[in-house]
Design a protein around this ligand. Structure first.
Ligand code: UD1
Ligand code: MG
Length: 448
């Protein structure tokens, strides 16, 4: 990659009325991450030395989502929505600092890749003053058209301002543009608003640059990468494309997906080679799966770590803070939240383990529940190594069950259990010999 310094500016001032949402469109999520955070993360991955974000008035929430991925980004407010050039100029203080290249990105276009941005940077280092990332559109309606003359980019014409002939052009503006840092302010300040929308169009920078004898060129990418989110259908389309990409990346990295199209990842899902993922598995944010683990069908994981060789599911739910040790087994209808399940431990059926530690090789019987909440506070359950928790036990936290202890099935355990002890907490069984036969004889007589 080039060693030129680069400022990237992400425009995120759009509200997106077509989303029909109380949430600004750039905060809607793709793969569990706000759209604007995807764009900012891509800018960072593409080597932006400096980052500026332009948000609408008072949109601290948008700023926060971006800063979560790039804490060093500078946030600017565009107080009035007067067009894309005006939006970029809201970051004037950042533009005024000396930098080789300035690249403008749209905060509602989450699928652009760092590789594509790298191509824009390469083009700039080759001496272009204005670079436009373009694409051949299947349906160019609504996009700015790239007008080429004598093999060079002469202008970008917005749909509403275009002539019949210009509208037939299918080479379109993705919205991503690069500017030589030394010219950017002069170019943008020269842009007027005499057009169909009465807006300051960033795209007019091309004609301004040409008029000054500067070089404007096009880098072409694929249409799919530039899909913007303006409505819920486009949001769903972005999600689908993102998931398709992620699945391909996982397969290429050595992960087995038995039915790739049924597995959903979050933007930060990390899965090692030689993990097998069965059909219909959903990963929320914050999941790491180590090598040799198997995630069985219909499991849902978020905020969890699964160590080497562990088996999760089918039908398991790992919630934030679930830390599953090596070769541990978490079976069907088992929910784990904020709990460490140490190496080789097993909870195979129908359990809730929350705010707990389960020591290595311990066995949690079917139907075991940690009673961690009393309506006010959350309390910890500590189970040592090699313990055996009989089926259908309620473990009332705070509670310590020491190494090697045994809990009788169906117990309600409220007091700590010492190592290697047996604890039984249930009504004693009584036997009434012959009671059932006597009962039946009496009932039959009554019926007659
Ligand atoms: C823009 C381009 C068009 C391109 C298309 C790609 C201009 C003039 N036109 O058109 O050539 O083909 O994107 O999708 O740039 N924004 C602000 N403040 C503003 C106006 C816009 O922050 O005052 C932001 C929007 O939130 C959005 C982006 O800039 O993220 C683009 O604005 P939009 O109004 O969607 O431009 P288009 O008409 O789609
Ligand atoms: Mg748009």
């Amino acid at each position: 990659m080039t060693n030129r310094s680069c400022l990237m500016i992400v425009l995120a001032a759009g509200e997106g009325t077509r989303m029909k949402s109380a949430t600004p469109k750039v905060l809607h999520e793709v793969a569990g991450r706000p759209i604007v955070a995807h764009v900012v993360a891509t800018a960072v991955a593409a080597g932006a030395d400096r980052l500026a974000l332009v948000v609408g008035p008072g949109r601290q929430d948008v700023a926060k989502a971006a800063l979560a991925v790039a804490p060093h980004a500078r946030v600017f407010e565009q107080t009035e929505r007067l067009g894309t050039a005006h939006a970029v100029l809201s970051a004037r203080a950042a533009l005024a600092e000396a930098v080789d290249d300035v690249i403008v990105l749209y905060g509602d276009t989450p699928l652009v890749t760092p590789e594509t941005l790298a191509r824009v940077r390469t083009e700039m280092s080759a001496g272009s003053d204005v670079v436009v990332l373009g694409f051949e559109a299947a349906n160019p309606t609504g996009y700015g058209r790239l007008l080429i003359q004598n093999g060079e980019l002469a202008a970008i014409r917005e749909e509403r301002d275009a002539s019949e002939a210009e509208r037939r052009v299918t080479l379109c503006n993705s919205g991503i543009m690069g500017f030589a840092g030394k010219h950017v302010l002069a170019l943008l300040d020269a842009i007027g608003n005499q057009n169909a929308k009465g807006e300051y169009y960033l795209t007019d920078a091309v004609e301004v640059a040409r008029g000054r004898g500067l070089r404007a060129t096009v880098v072409e990418g694929s249409e799919q990468e530039f899909l913007g989110v303006n409505d819920r259908a486009q949001l769903a389309a972005c999600e689908a494309t993102y998931q398709r990409r992620y699945r391909h990346a996982m397969l290429a990295a050595g992960v087995t997906l038995q039915a790739p199209e049924t597995v959903f990842f979050a933007a930060d899902t990390l899965i090692a080679a030689d993990v097998v993922i069965e059909p219909n598995v959903v990963f929320g944010p914050g999941v790491t799966v180590e090598t040799g683990a198997r995630i069985r069908a219909f499991s849902h994981l978020e905020g969890a770590r699964v160590a080497e060789g562990a088996i999760i599911g089918p039908y398991a739910r790992l919630r934030p803070g679930a830390d599953i040790g090596k070769a541990a087994h978490i079976g069907n209808f088992v929910e784990i939240k904020n709990a460490t399940i140490e190496d080789g431990a097993k909870a195979n059926h129908l359990s809730y383990i929350g705010d707990a530690r389960v020591g290595s090789r311990s066995n949690i019987g079917a139907g075991t529940i940690t009673c961690n909440y009393d309506g006010f506070g959350k309390y910890h359950t500590d189970i040592g190594a090699g313990a055996f928790i009989g089926s259908n036990s309620s473990l009332v936290a705070p509670l310590t069950i020491a190494d090697g202890a045994y809990i009788g099935s169906g117990s309600v355990i409220t007091d700590d259990v010492p190592a290697d002890a047996l604890a039984i907490g249930r009504g004693r069984q009584t036997i009434k010999a012959g009671w059932a036969a006597t009962f039946r004889t009496r009932m039959k007589a009554m019926k007659k």
